[in-house]
Ligand binder design. Structure first.
Ligand SMILES: Cc1ncc(COP(=O)(O)O)c(C=O)c1O
Length: 418
C-alpha cells in the first residue's frame, strides 16, 4: 500500500462523518446472505434516506389527492407539496424560473421528451452530436429521430486516457449541427465531461446542448445558469430519491416553442371538437396525473442532499475511488477501465478469464452488490473491446471498510477461478 493511500485512509475529512450519515439510510443496516450489505451498485440506483421515506409516507398518510384539479382541501395541500418539490429541483440545478422544470418519470423519459418535441423541428440531414460514452438512454431516442426524420448522428470520441476529445469534437461541429447531447459523467468510465467548453463551442456553432446529468448531478453541484446549457436531465432514483420520477430543465425560451410530448389532461388549455390549445410550460409537458408522491420524495431527496456538506462528500468519494483504484490495480488479472484524471466514484473492471456475471454472483454471496453487464452502453463496450464488465459504484454512505470488502471479494473470485 502506498504512502499516499495510507494518508488518505487515515486522515478523516474534516467535519464529514460517514457513520452518522449511514444512520439515515435504514437499508444499510441489513444483511444479505448472512453478511453485512455492501451496496456498491449506486450508479444503477442509490438507497433512500429517512427524510425521503418519511416525506413519501407523510404525503400518502396526510395530504394525498390528485394535484391541480380539485377545489377541495387535500387537492390544494397535495398541489402545494408537489409544486414545492418543483422548487426544490429548481434550487438544486439553480434554474432561473420554476417553469423551466418539468417532471418526468425518469432520465430516459426526459431525453425522449426532448428528442420528440425538439426533434420535431429537425430536418433530414440535420446533425446531432453524441459521445461514445453515452448510455442507451441518450442514444436510442436520437436513433428514433434518425429513423423518423433522417437526422444524422455524429460521434464525439475519447482520448486514450478516457477523457473527452475536445479537438475532435470541435471538428464535428458544422452549420448543420442542431444539438449536442452528452453525459455529464460516464456511468461506466466515471469520466467527467468538460461541459462548459462543449457548451461554449456548440453555441458558437449555433447548436443547442442537452446534458444528461443522471450520474453527474449525484456527485457534482449543478448550475444550469452558469453552464448556460439548453437542457439538463436528472433522475430521482440515483439522487437518493424514489424511482418513477426525474426532471428536465429546459430554457424557457425553448420550452415555450416546443410541441407537447404526450397528449392528455393538464397539458391542454382548451379542447373543443375541432381545436386544441396547449398549456404553458411546464404543464404542457406533463400530460395526465403526474407521479405526485414520487415528486415529493424527489424534492425531499434534493433538500436532504443540499443540506449536507457536498464538498466533504466529494472529498470522501474521491478518497474511496483512490483507495479502490490503487488496490484493484495492484491485482494481477484485474484490468481497470476509466483512467480519466477527473472522474466520479465509479470503478469498472474485468477479471481475465472470469465472466462478469460470475464475478458479481460470487461477490453477492459475500453480501457485496455490484453490477455486471454492458451497463446499457454497448457502443462504449465496443470501443473498450469488451462485451461486458463489472462495475462498483460509490455513494456518499460507502466506507473504506467496504472498499476493503470488495478487494477481498475480488481476491476470492481469483482464487475460486484459479
Ligand atoms: C447517464 C445516465 N443517463 C440516463 C440514465 C437513465 O435514467 P433512468 O433510469 O431514470 O431512466 C441512466 C441510468 O442508468 C444513466 O446512467
Amino acid at each position: 500500500m502506498s504512502n499516499s493511500l495510507q494518508t488518505l485512509q487515515k486522515k478523516p475529512i474534516a467535519g464529514f462523518d460517514v457513520g452518522r450519515l449511514r444512520e439515515d439510510f435504514p437499508i444499510l443496516a441489513r444483511e444479505v446472505h448472512g453478511k453485512p450489505l455492501v451496496y456498491l451498485d449506486n450508479a444503477a440506483s442509490a438507497q433512500k434516506p429517512k427524510p425521503v421515506l418519511d416525506a413519501m409516507a407523510k404525503a400518502y398518510a396526510e395530504t394525498y389527492a390528485n394535484v391541480h384539479r380539485g377545489a377541495h382541501f387535500l387537492s390544494g395541500a397535495s398541489t402545494v407539496a408537489f409544486e414545492n418539490a418543483r422548487q426544490s429541483v429548481r434550487r438544486f440545478v439553480n434554474a432561473q424560473k420554476v417553469e423551466e422544470i418539468i417532471f418526468t418519470k425518469g432520465g430516459t423519459e426526459a431525453i425522449n421528451l426532448v428528442a420528440s418535441s425538439l426533434g420535431a423541428t429537425l430536418d433530414e440531414g440535420d446533425e446531432i452530436i453524441l459521445s461514445e460514452m453515452e448510455p442507451h438512454s441518450n442514444i436510442v431516442p436520437w436513433h428514433f429521430l434518425r429513423e423518423r426524420n433522417g437526422v444524422v448522428l455524429r460521434w464525439a470520441t475519447l482520448n486514450t486516457d478516457d477523457t473527452f476529445d475536445i479537438a475532435a469534437f470541435t471538428k464535428l461541429l458544422t452549420p448543420r449541427t442542431k444539438l449536442v447531447a452528452v453525459t455529464h459523467m460516464s456511468n461506466v468510465l466515471g469520466t467527467i465531461t468538460p461541459l462548459s467548453e462543449i457548451i461554449r463551442l456548440a453555441h458558437a456553432a449555433g447548436a443547442k446542448v442537452l446534458i444528461d446529468g443522471c450520474q453527474g448531478a449525484v456527485h457534482q453541484p449543478v448550475d444550469v445558469q452558469a453552464l448556460d446549457c439548453d437542457f439538463y436531465v436528472g433522475t430521482g432514483h440515483k439522487l437518493y430519491g424514489p424511482s418513477g420520477i426525474g426532471f428536465l430543465f429546459g430554457k424557457y425560451e425553448h420550452l415555450k416553442r416546443m410541441r407537447p410530448y404526450q397528449g392528455g389532461g393538464e397539458m391542454i388549455e382548451a379542447v373543443s371538437k375541432d381545436k386544441i390549445t396547449y398549456n404553458d410550460p411546464p404543464h404542457r409537458f406533463e400530460a395526465g396525473t403526474p407521479p405526485i408522491v414520487e415528486a415529493i420524495g424527489l424534492g425531499a431527496a434534493l433538500d436532504y442532499l443540499t443540506s449536507l456538506d457536498r464538498p466533504g462528500i466529494a472529498a470522501h468519494e474521491s478518497a474511496l475511488l483512490a483507495h479502490v483504484t490503487e488496490e484493484l490495480s495492484n491485482i494481477d488479472r484485474v484490468r481497470l477501465f476509466g483512467l480519466a484524471p477527473h472522474k466520479g466514484a465509479v470503478t469498472t473492471f474485468d477479471i481475465a478469464g472470469v465472466h462478469p456475471h460470475d464475478v458479481s454472483t460470487l461477490l453477492d454471496r459475500a453480501g457485496i452488490a455490484v453490477r455486471a453487464g454492458t451497463h446499457c452502453a454497448q457502443p462504449l463496450m465496443e470501443r473498450l473491446g469488451i462485451t461486458a464488465s463489472t462495475r462498483a459504484s460509490f455513494a456518499l454512505y460507502n466506507t473504506h471498510e467496504e472498499v476493503e470488502a470488495l478487494v477481498r471479494g475480488v481476491r476470492h473470485v481469483l482464487e475460486f477461478f484459479r
